[in-house]
Design a protein around this ligand. Structure first.
Ligand SMILES: N[C@@H](CCC(=O)N[C@@H](CS)C(=O)NCC(=O)O)C(=O)O
Length: 205
């Protein structure tokens, strides 16, 4: 049995949505933990095995997996039949990995730097570029009218790459096709389920 360490309305919510999309809820025990919040509420939770007491974290027997991207890949590779992540040999595997890596390696730093007011620093721009380039990347991705990042069907990459715009809709790219994708992902039944779970009915392991 897998254990997912989760806190409501956090980066772990995307993994919860992925669990629902993959229909593997019965394979996962949810363990709700407290985390320190930006508003000063919450505290680190001693029951959280994450070395930084962050979420998400996933335990599989003696193995602890941290980092959203690693957890998403671990799950989609473990349950390929769920169809949420192309496996090795599938021509979409490369784009899938690239979007996941781009999110963690570029998008999160770029948006955090923007909030921190340091995104224009030449050293930062040399490594990551900026918001305009991220928006152009997404605009280009949807220029052919596709519904999701990899084509016609949802993958874990959509749940993760779209997530900043769920939290900060005002920061969404202006492109109509990108906006339609953001709305399409947000309207998935998995997110209604996550909202319901996080509203208070979540089982604590
Ligand atoms: N890069 C990590 C970031 C995890 C992270 O920062 N999670 C936040 C919740 S959104 C957290 O647990 N914060 C608690 C803390 O900073 O102590 C990932 O994507 O898994």
């Amino acid at each position: 049995m897998l254990t997912l360490y989760h806190a409501p309305r956090s980066r772990a919510s995307r993994i919860l949505a992925l669990v629902h999309e993959m229909d593997i809820r019965d394979r996962i025990t949810l363990h709700h933990v407290e985390i320190p919040r930006i508003d000063g509420s919450g505290t680190p939770d001693a029951t959280n095995p994450h070395p930084d007491r962050k979420v998400p974290a996933l335990r599989d027997g003696d193995t602890l997996i941290i980092e959203t991207i690693a957890i998403a890949l671990y799950l989609t590779d473990m349950f390929p039949e769920a169809g949420l992540g192309p496996v090795v040999g599938d021509p979409q595997r490369g784009p899938y990995l690239a979007w996941l890596a781009y999110y963690a390696g570029v998008m999160e730093p770029v948006y955090n730097a923007q909030v921190a007011g340091v995104g224009d620093h030449p050293v930062f721009r040399a490594s990551f570029r900026g918001v305009a380039e991220v928006e152009q990347r997404l605009t280009d991705a949807f220029a052919d009218g596709r519904s999701y990042l990899l084509g016609d069907s949802l993958s874990a990459a959509d749940l993760i790459v779209q997530s900043p715009y769920m939290w900060f809709p005002d920061g969404a790219p202006a492109d109509a096709r990108v906006k339609a994708w953001i709305d399409r992902v947000a309207a998935r039944p998995s997110y209604a389920w996550v909202a319901e779970m996080e509203a208070g009915s979540m089982a604590v392991a």
